[in-house]
Design a protein around this ligand. Sequence first.
Ligand SMILES: Nc1nc2c(ncn2[C@@H]2O[C@H](COP(=O)(O)OP(=O)(O)OP(=O)(O)O)[C@@H](O)[C@H]2O)c(=O)[nH]1
Ligand SMILES: [Mg+2]
Length: 297
Amino acid sequence: MTDKKSSFIAIIGQTNAGKSTLLNTLIGKKVSIISHKVQTTRRKILGICIKDDTQLVFIDTPGIFKAKNRLEKAMVQAAWDSIYDADQIVLIVDAAKNDLSVSLSVAEKFKETKKPRVLVLNKVDLLQKEKLLEIITKFAPLNFDHIFMISATKGDGIGDLVQTLCQNSQPGPWFYMEDQSSDLSNQVQAEEMTREKIYEFLHQELPYSIHVVTQNFEILPKGEIKITQSIVVERDSQRGIVLGERGAKLKTIGTSARKEMEALFGTKVHLFLHVTVDEKWQNRKSYYDQQGLDFES
Ligand SMILES: Nc1nc2c(ncn2[C@@H]2O[C@H](COP(=O)(O)OP(=O)(O)OP(=O)(O)O)[C@@H](O)[C@H]2O)c(=O)[nH]1
Ligand SMILES: [Mg+2]
C-alpha cells in the first residue's frame, strides 16, 4: 500500500487565456512558452510538481479556437484529447475578455464527465470585482465543482487552487522522478525558446508559418552547450523578413533566445540559427510525430 497520491490535470481553454502562464506559475519555472499572440502552444506539454504527498502532473494544451488548416485542427484535437487523459479538468477563462461564448461552449462539452471540473477565472488583476460576479452567473448552469479567481502572472489565488487539486487527487504511484519538472527534452525546450522569440519579434501572421528544428545539440567539454537550429519558413519572401536588414532581426531573435536558454540550462550556450524554406512543412507527418500531434485530424 502506498500513501502517495497523484493526479493528471488538463489545463484547457480558449487561446490566449493564460494556460501556459498558469502552468509556469504552478511549476515555479518556465516550462511552456508564452506570448501575447494567439495559438502559441502547439502541443501538449507536461509540467510536474510535488505538493507534500501528491504528485500533480499538469497538461498544458493548445488553445481552443476555430481551426482551419491541418496543423490547427491537430492542435485543437490535442486539447480535446487531454480531457480524456486527465483525472481533473481545469478550464481557464480570460475574465478580462468580453466575449465568453467560446469558453462557455468548451465547458458545455465536458459538463457530463464525472471527473472534478474546476473553473479558473484568470487575469483578475485587469478587472473589477463586479465583473467577476457577472461571469460567475453566466457559468452557474454548468455546475463546476470549484471556482477560483486568479492572476497567473502575479500568482494570486494559486495556493488555494493547488490545495483543491491535491484534495481531489487519488491514492496512486508517482509517475515521474521527483526532480523532473517537464516531459520536454532540453533540445525541444531550446526549440520552443527560439519559437517564443519569433512570436515576440516577428509581426502579424509570420510566426504561424514558422517552426524550429534542431540540427545539432552538443555538450562541449567544459559543460557549455552548442546548439544549431533551423528556423523553417514556408516561402522565400519570409526568409528575408526573418533575417531582417543585414541579418539584424535574426540576431535579435538569437540573442534573446540564447539568454533564455542560458538561464534554463545554467550554462553558457552557443546558439547558431539558420533560416531554411520548406513550403510543405505543415503537411509533413514527421513534424506531427515530433510534436505528438495527430497527423490525420
Ligand atoms: N494581466 C494578465 N495577463 C496575463 C495573465 N495570465 C496570462 N496573461 C497574458 O496573457 C497572454 C497569453 O498568455 P499565455 O499563457 O501564452 O496564454 P495561453 O492560454 O497559453 O495561449 P495559447 O498557447 O496561445 O493557447 C500573455 O501575454 C500573458 O502575459 C494574468 O493573470 N494577468
Ligand atoms: Mg499556451
